[in-house]
Design a protein around this ligand. Sequence first.
Ligand SMILES: Nc1ncnc2c1ncn2[C@@H]1O[C@H](COP(=O)(O)OP(=O)(O)OP(=O)(O)O)[C@@H](O)[C@H]1O
Ligand SMILES: [Mg+2]
Length: 256
Amino acid sequence: MSQKGGTGKTTTVRTLTDVIRRLEVGVLAVDLDPQGNLSDYFDVPADADPTVADVLAGQVKALDAIHNDVLPANLGLAESELILAGKMGREMTLRRALREPSKRYELILIDCPPSLGLLTVNALVAADYAVISSEAEYFSLQGVEQALEVVELAKDSLNPDLEWLGVVLNIADLRTVHAREAIVSLKKSFGDRVFEAPIRRSVAYAESAERGVSILDHRPDLGADYLALADEVLDRLGWKDERRRLGELRAELTPA
Ligand SMILES: Nc1ncnc2c1ncn2[C@@H]1O[C@H](COP(=O)(O)OP(=O)(O)OP(=O)(O)O)[C@@H](O)[C@H]1O
Ligand SMILES: [Mg+2]
């Protein structure tokens, strides 16, 4: 999640899904953004039907809207957000809808839209953990604080078990003093909740999206950032066996 657009949320969901699937973990990727970028990344056809919008509208079951382990979205989701807003239990809708899929998949990753509105709140109420994506720049501190307030609200009111897993330093240009200073200030405020592994900025991400090739295969040297992030995520989740398998994958993809 992040309030700001373009902080790398979708790329992170897409790449973590890819990494964790390579560990033979069943991962469902949920696109909760009317832009439908995650669905594009996974090559779900633009006219795929039904989508998460139909699920939130109560017209189909989530399991019947999954295409190749992706629950896709398109612009129709913007309308269903408006309809949802007028309904009872509007914050709980996704949580209820994901009950069945959560028995079938070991992990569900949800890509939020760039806002802290009803869709993101639905994700937070459905989730066990929240991950905040932040660019390493001057205003990022405020952005993370605002996101955390919404996490706390969801936790206090509707999802007491929700935990904040951490902040990903995304699209970081580590060569600039500005980015390095922003990282220092984020770490000062949020301590070890900031993931150690920043995701470095590179044009290779745009190329990899354009070609539909995962960054792990397109540029394994850069993909290493996501392997390191996945390692921290699995560690925080306490998934020991999967971490061991990830160690093997890292040795394979990025030989020393
Ligand atoms: N590490 C990176 N370095 C450079 N560019 C990146 C990186 N990660 C993602 N990008 C690019 O930045 C743009 C925004 O990334 P992405 O779509 O993942 O962000 P987002 O937070 O999901 O955006 P939105 O808020 O619009 O949903 C995309 O063009 C993507 O290819
Ligand atoms: Mg996105």
